[in-house]
Design a protein around this ligand. Structure first.
Ligand code: BGC
Ligand code: CA
Length: 346
């Protein structure tokens, strides 16, 4: 534990003791810690779910500990330089822990070095920094899910459907799956690996595939609808499967199909990732065929456990399962229509 952290802890303990001895519940006496959360883009559907869950968990901790944990959000709006300034501000103001949803995965070194200089632990999440950058300091962590796994599970949904009723997917009956791929931001680990492993899963299982088109839609529903509309004009019913790196883009593809006048049973086989509430609605409605649950609640839970361990000056490995001393991995799970009822609420 750093000296600064130790001092902060000692202060906390003194305040708590004072509160116990003298029963002073005065606002001024309540010990306060500060957590800065830097987001690549606050209105991203999945990120906003993680943030909501995080704020909820932190509130529970506040109640349980009788302290104040102030969470300050900063939205980088996809600008790494804006994010660097936001992180600087957190560090200058002496925040106790910072969480960073980094804009550019290759730009973490600067942040890790600054956090180390300030001796402020940094928890990256959802957007995985390159390994060497994270290795620069033991006070840097990552909470996320293994991107390749989401791709395998998404490919698995299509594979199961193909095995069950190939003719339902192979609409032109040529024995080959014609597909289009809606990709997330270029360079994001989830875009690269979900794209790669979804198709690899089908290839490994011996299902012949043919890519009709692929393009980035930056995780966004509106952009995905535009891409899909163009592909529909070009390929029409030749598109048998739509792989989308996330649910928002899968929903965009559905929007385009419906806008083109297709009935629900005429839609291609569309799959996403995340299991956001609107995606689960589409799954129930029969327009989306499957998704892969990106565990927002689990990520928020792990981040909270890590934050608390760091604030308490405890060994983080006692609070969460840590791989290589820095990584907390959450599992992805397949969600198809049959799984819907069994899905835990939230
Ligand atoms: C999610 C996307 C999200 C992205 C943001 C991914 O893990 O699946 O929905 O847009 O993270 O970084
Ligand atoms: Ca075919």
């Amino acid at each position: 534990m750093s000296t600064r952290m130790r001092r902060r802890m000692a202060l906390l303990m003194t305040c708590l003791l004072a509160a116990l001895l003298y029963g002073c519940t005065d606002e001024r006496e309540t010990p306060t810690v500060r957590v800065g959360v830097a987001l690549y883009q606050q209105d991203d559907t999945f990120i906003s779910t993680v943030v909501q869950q995080l704020e909820q968990r932190i509130k529970e901790e506040e109640r349980a500990r009788g302290i104040k944990i102030n969470v300050t959000l900063a939205d980088a709006r996809s600008s790494q330089s804006a994010q660097n300034e936001q992180v600087d501000r957190f560090l200058d103001r002496g925040y106790d822990v910072i969480c960073v949803n980094i804009v550019d995965r290759t730009a973490a070194a600067v942040i890790v070095d600054k956090a180390q200089a300030a001796q402020t632990p940094v928890i990256f999440f959802n957007r995985e920094p390159v390994e060497e950058d994270l290795e620069r300091w033991e006070g840097a962590y990552y909470v996320g899910s293994k991107a390749a796994r989401a791709g395998q599970l998404q490919g698995g949904i299509v594979l199961d459907a193909w095995r069950e009723d190939p003719a339902a997917l192979d609409r032109n009956g040529d024995g080959v799956l014609q597909y289009v791929m809606l990709e997330g931001e270029p360079g994001h680990q989830d875009a690269l690996l979900r794209t790669e492993y979804s198709i690899k899963t089908l290839m490994t299982a011996g299902v012949p595939t043919e890519k009709l088109a692929n393009d980035t839609a930056d995780w966004q529903r509106g952009l995905a609808a535009v891409r899909m509309q163009q592909w529909l004009e070009r390929y029409g019913r030749e598109i048998e499967v739509v792989f989308a790196n996330n649910d928002d883009m899968a929903l965009g593809a559905i929007d385009a199909c419906l806008a083109a006048g297709m009935e629900t049973d005429e839609l291609p086989f569309i799959v996403g990732v995340d299991a956001t509430p609107p995606a689960l609605e589409a799954l129930a409605a029969g327009t989306l065929q499957g998704t892969v649950r990106n565990d927002a609640a689990g990520q928020a839970e792990s981040m909270t456990a890590l934050i608390c361990a760091l604030l308490d000056g405890e060994d983080p490995a006692q609070a969460v399962t840590l791989e290589d001393g820095k990584y907390v991995w959450l599992e992805y799970t397949t969600v198809t229509r049959e799984d819907l009822e069994a899905l835990p609420a939230g």
